[in-house]
Write a protein of this length. Sequence first.
Lengths: 117, 428, 188
Amino acid sequence: MLSYEAILLLIVLGIAISVVFVLISKFLGPKNPNARKKSVYECGAEPQGSARKRFPVKFYMIALLFLLFDIEAVFLYPWAKLFRELGFLGFVEMGIFMLVLIVGLIYAWRKGALEWE
Amino acid sequence: MDRWDGGDMKELAEWVIRDLFSKNPDTWQYTWAIYLAGMALAAVICLGFVAVFAGPVTWVERRTAGRIMSRIGPNRVGPQGVLQWLADGIKNLLKEDLIPDDADKPLFRLAPYLVFSGMFGTFVVLPFGANLIAADLDIGVLYLMAVTTLVVVGLLTAGWASNSKWALYGGIRSAAQLVSYEVPIAFALLVVVISTGSLSTQAIIKAQGGWPWQWFVAKNPFTFIAFFLLLTSAMAEGNRIPFDLPEAESELVAGYNTEYSGMRFLFFLFEEWANLWIMGAITTLCFLGGWQIPGVSPEKISASSGWTFVGWQLLSFAIFAAKVSWIVFIVIQARWTLPRLRVDQLMSTCWKYLVPMTLVCIAGVLFMDLYIVQGGITDKIIRWIMTLLGAAVIVLFFLRARYNYKMDKDKYPGLRNEKMWYPPYRMP
Amino acid sequence: MKVPLLSAMVFWAFAILAMASAVFVAFSRNIVHAAFALLGCFFGVAGLYLFLSADFVGIIQVMVYVGGVLILFLFAVMLTGKIRNPEKSNPSRAIPGGLVTMLVTLGLFGYLAFTTPWQVLPTVPTGPTTSQIGDALLGPYILPFEVASVLLLAALLGGVLLAGGVRGRSRLTGNEQDEAPRDSGGNT
């Protein structure tokens, strides 16, 4: 457990130092904003409309695919650690597990979910 | 007083309590203070290291780019421009901190810290030398992947909060890309975990040896391929060309960091260059033997004491840093040599090539592990063949660079009087 | 290892982080802010897992939930049509019914919390949990484990079917098509 408290502390310290740098920059930097500076960049022209656009569904598909394979990888890790002890039986058990997911990948591939166009 | 032979900061703190204060760390009431101090020390060392690496490597990258493009590159600040990174840092510190009016201000402010902590968190489990690591976690490899997800969220946050079209496209692209390439990384790391039987970064290194044929890259043909798959995916994860779609300058201005300025902008750049070390360190520790000193076993390092111990630590760090720098240099060269992929190519590279190939590698490594006895004669022959193959790849790399250079020389009269090798101080 | 003060501080930090973010998710008017607040919630829960000596589960919580589910949620939120004005997308409805449900569950949980004879167990020393999980998955729990793969497959097939119309859409580089999700199968 202590290792994790340590990690937390490490990250908190890292963030604290970066916050300090941002504050220093705020203190040292010039402050003369105007409307042009504070508008978003759109190649120098007046920004047209809002950038709150809808995402295409493809990104959602990618995230979904990732989630499934991520979970698969998560299941694989404890097994990979024990692979030597489990031997052939573990190999077969995991083989079935992976086969089912590989079928899913092939299906997604054939259905064109992996196509980006 | 005993010698200190602990693995990480926690053990160092326990050693300090036991031997400097002569107290039992389990019962002493100020144990937590020593832990805190130890961790603060680790944080400062890691942060200092990141800064000292990420800064100069920008200069190295720009000089390399100049060399590849037949121009000079930054050479004004300090001798040969080595202090360019300091000048850039100070300049960014003195810049005006602008937040667009239309931006989602809380998220806009939050994003750089998310990205920064995602990058900085990985340094906790990255070893620097034989006994130099902030925390040797039992599940180090998984921790690496878990903490880098913060970067994905940070980039998406930055893109959405900016309320700029360029930033939004960069943000969603980067999220999709990083998320996709995490799958081949997870599978390629699995190859290493199967070969090691442990998830701790130090245990992975200790499972390898100092000599090239003892590294995992030379273990069998599948680990050999997995090394390249991991390096490729790590390049994509670090947003390096040929995978730098999120901030494709020619299409998206600057991608997710278009609206950022000053210090906040610097954090994104900082993350990007620190990522070079991270990707180099991960590939090195997984496949290239990490900090292992040829001919010196980790037990021997732990058993030494006094200045010998310090010497081994420094030597192991030097070896690790040399390997990482080599990977970093290859990645930098790739950036200035290869064209950028299209989005559809990017996605099909990941899902149609890298993922199936890593799966094949896993199956192959399993098969080899089940049927080839470690240390047996077949194992030795395979390792030697793989080592020679690796050497051949490196030789080919240099021959190809030489060939390209000669071709350019014939084509462009301006280069005819240039020497192929610069003097060493001009090399980067 | 006895580090009472530090441990207690970190525990409360995580607990408060998880609770506060959950409250923010429930009450935020801005749907995107609500989705981002899940980040804090997931981290708080991961921290609590670490406190239960479940290091593997804690790290997986971050890896899967922050890396996968949160990104999925953000994409889903940004896929919706009302994203142009995130401020108005979370109206409160049926407040009386919600209040009743809240009071009933609160009473139930409160009753349970105060009547259960809680046992204080001695602290178990932290050890590597990954191997134990692997043993359990491939030993006694092999059937649920294999069924889980079928569940994942079903989710994948469902996702592919829902997004089935994706193929043959206009050239897509992650931009310009405001109407892109229109033929996504579901009513977006």
